[in-house]
Design a protein around this ligand. Structure first.
Ligand SMILES: Cc1cc2nc3c(=O)[nH]c(=O)nc-3n(C[C@H](O)[C@H](O)[C@H](O)COP(=O)(O)O)c2cc1C
Length: 235
């Protein structure tokens, strides 16, 4: 019998009460159930709009949750492209022109951003269908999204076929960075919560993360030091 001293709350955090799925369970799952589970179990993902323009001038903008940092010197990012079972306009435009932009999704534009995932025909621009506006900066060929307050101009470098699921990792160089000046700290770091940048939970959940703390570089045997507590004691 369980001790009377164990509270319900303590019970809920005991590992043997955790739900568990194994490979066999996952294989047997309904397609949509599995998609929702596997898309959300790896954590919050970045929320970006990739914007492009074809060589004939047709613009395109689409939501991507796979944009990731690859390295800072050279400044590289990557994103995952789904299998080419249907036309992929973003990728087609990137291959034609070599450039695209990455635009943060903010809390006041999540409906418009989500709508860009709809399968519009190639000649229809999601910019015209969603109310997101094109913006051209410093002669860069690809459009930026005007409503985004953090945006990157990128140049395609390479692609790597992921044979396990027929997706493609696209690697690109960050050529331009634009953001509202107030969100940058003196050491370069961008405070994303000040910009209202959202994160994606799975494939259809948009979240607004709360910044809890920021820490100095971790070293073995040295106590972890908070930036924010340091700031408070200086005041
Ligand atoms: C939240 C969300 C995230 C997505 N992330 C990706 C992604 O990382 N890679 C991808 O290929 N498609 C992704 N998609 C699907 C594209 O947005 C969708 O296929 C879009 O129509 C692509 O447009 P395009 O054909 O104009 O490139 C995502 C869709 C949603 C709703």
């Amino acid at each position: 019998m369980l001790s009377d001293f164990i509270t319900l709350r303590q019970l809920t955090i005991l590992p043997f009460f955790m739900k568990h799925y194994n490979t066999r369970d996952i294989a047997k799952m309904d397609k949509i159930f599995r998609l929702n589970l596997i898309n959300s179990c790896t954590g919050y993902k970045s929320a970006n709009l990739l914007a492009t323009r074809s060589s004939t001038g047709k613009t395109n903008v689409a939501v991507f949750n796979s944009v990731m940092h690859l390295g800072s010197n050279p400044p590289l990012l990557g994103f995952i492209l789904r299998p080419a079972t249907i036309p992929r306009n973003t990728f087609k435009n990137i291959k034609e022109t070599g450039v695209f932009t990455v635009n943060h999704i903010h809390q006041d534009m999540i409906e418009q951003a989500h709508q860009t995932a709809a399968k519009y025909e190639e000649h229809i621009s999601e910019f015209h269908k969603t109310g997101l506006e094109e913006e051209y900066l410093d002669d860069f060929f690809a459009p930026y999204v005007k409503q985004s307050s953090i945006k990157l101009g990128c140049r395609y470098l390479n692609e790597y076929h992921i044979i396990e699921n027929d997706t493609v990792l696209v690697v690109a160089e960050i050529k331009h960075i634009y953001f509202e000046e107030g969100i940058q700290m003196p050491d370069g770091w961008l405070r994303l919560d000040d910009a209202g940048t959202v994160a994606i939970n799975g494939l259809d959940g948009y979240a607004l993360p709360t910044l809890l703390d920021r820490f100095h570089y971790a070293r073995p045997g040295i106590e972890i030091k908070s930036f924010f507590k340091e700031e408070k004691t200086k005041k």
